[in-house]
Design a protein around this ligand. Sequence first.
Ligand code: TYM
Length: 337
Amino acid sequence: MSNNTVFSGIQPTGELHLGNYFGAVSNWVRIQNSKLYQPIYCVVDLHAMTMPYDPHTLRQNTENMFIDLLAAGLDPEQSIVFVQSMAPEHTELAWVLGCVCAYGDLTRQTQFKDKSEQLEGKQDAFISAGLFTYPVLQAADILLYRAGLVPVGKDQEQHLELSRDIARRFNTQFGEYFPEPAVLSTETPKLLSLADPTRKMSKSLGPKHYVGLFEDEKSVRAKVRSAVTDTGEAGTEIGAGALNLIGLLRACGKLDIAQAFEREYANGPRRYAPLKEAVAEALVELTGAMRQRREVIAADRERVKRLMREGAEKARAIARATMKDVRRMTGLPKHEA
Ligand code: TYM
């Protein structure tokens, strides 16, 4: 089945950072601008409820992430951009899919293991069933739009594999209906933390580990300057931190500069100050432009709210049609919300 619908989502757990951007969102924009697909992008607020959170902050973060995505280049005229909980069909389909998802498959999800271990260390640790069934909701997000392609970073590959298993089991049980969604990667599917290049860049590690897409110049420069590299001694292997910085240069489109450093580092000692300077320069250029766009968009909250409503309506037009089919196929009575 040929399918040009693209779906992806992002959790509203704070600001957009370079990992999200270069691992996924830059691809969302590229896909949109190619005009070859029907792109659908979602701020997945229901997913953000699976870890301890504050209701007021969630609502604010959701709106802020919606604004971040527009500032990063999503155009509501070309892509459907919306908030997950404003399309209740997501949770409805999640229930149905939960009934064709093997319990054992959920127990093998590494992200559940990582996140529950993270919680176990804390006082009053509470691990919700929502955190466990999270990948089923993710499968529902994608399958609701019968999307064939899902642009995500490397950390989401296992969830995508499960989405395919779920689609397959549904199709076997009720008839061929859902396409099996494939991952679409960027050239930076796993951007590493600046402070600890053994781990991926993520907000949960703390501020010195990531660079925000809208961060100010001073702080971008300071973070890049203190990025962990290696001794640079001639004859030693180049470390993950330094490779990560070169990867950032490439991701920023500075291919010539990246190549020049690679050539220089191939023979002889490696001096990292000039590399850091070049990376900081490229990032300051990027974040400066993003920050300006964000300010303009954020100044008109009424427009933002209207765009959120319109995005949800467009998404629901597709979602309702899918649920109508799913209800018929799975033996539920006809009912339209
Ligand atoms: P989330 O919110 O953690 O991350 C959003 C996107 O950013 C990518 N990403 C990275 N890529 C490269 N390097 C990094 N350091 C890095 N950090 C994050 C993620 O891979 C992701 O693509 N479960 C998803 C959200 C989701 C979803 C969906 C995605 C819910 N439903 C349906 C696709 C389709 C998540 O938590 O992403």
